[in-house]
Design a binder for this molecule. Structure first.
Ligand code: HEC
Length: 152
């Protein structure tokens, strides 16, 4: 009984220490977090684009590694687009209000990207001829979302 009480007290104490970061999941943090994810996606996508264009020598191992890194990054992207974090409310973002007016459409663009990245991971190590068209398809999935949901 006493032991259980002690456990309960310990859990409440732990919850109290955990509360501040949970509360800190506000729009400013969401914007910073999603920009970080998107910038890191661009970091890994950049060399793949350069290889596809022939500006960087094709390297199967490096291509496969960047594709795999890219795959892990956007997993939680839609979650970072929380309410009240659009260009209508903030000046540190290019996320247009239409994201929240049409969240299903936004998630569809996101899922299309995930599909293209899966294919990219599958073919990245199979030579320049396999990589290049899939880099284009992936880039188009980035652009399709930006066209509608990101301010210029
Ligand atoms: C589902 C929609 C969607 C997809 C798909 C998408 N993006 Fe974006 N991206 C956005 C939005 C919305 C913003 C604006 C975010 C903000 O300013 O809060 C953005 C912003 C960015 C930024 C600027 C971040 C900053 O620091 O301001 C980069 C870089 C970027 N995206 C790269 C990419 C790349 C590379 C891909 C494809 C591999 C991609 N995005 C796919 C929606 C998307």
């Amino acid at each position: 009984m006493l032991k259980r009480l002690a456990t309960t007290v310990a859990i409440i104490a732990l919850a109290a220490t955990l509360t501040p970061p949970a509360v800190a999941q506000d729009a400013e943090h969401a914007v910073k977090a999603r920009k970080g994810v998107l910038q890191t996606m661009a970091w890994h996508f950049g060399p793949l684009v350069a290889m596809a264009r022939g500006d960087l020598d094709y390297d199967a191992e490096r291509a496969a590694r960047h594709a795999e890194m890219l795959e892990g990054l956007p997993q939680y992207l839609p979650e970072l687009f929380i309410e009240a974090s659009s260009t209508a409310e903030r000046n540190d973002t290019r996320a247009l209000p239409v994201i929240w007016e049409d969240f299903d459409g936004f998630v569809e663009k996101y899922e299309a990207l995930i599909g293209e990245i899966e294919t990219l991971v599958a073919v990245a190590g199979d030579g320049h001829g396999a990589l290049a068209p899939q880099v284009v398809a992936t880039g188009e999935a980035c652009g399709a979302c930006h066209d509608t949901y990101r301010a210029r």
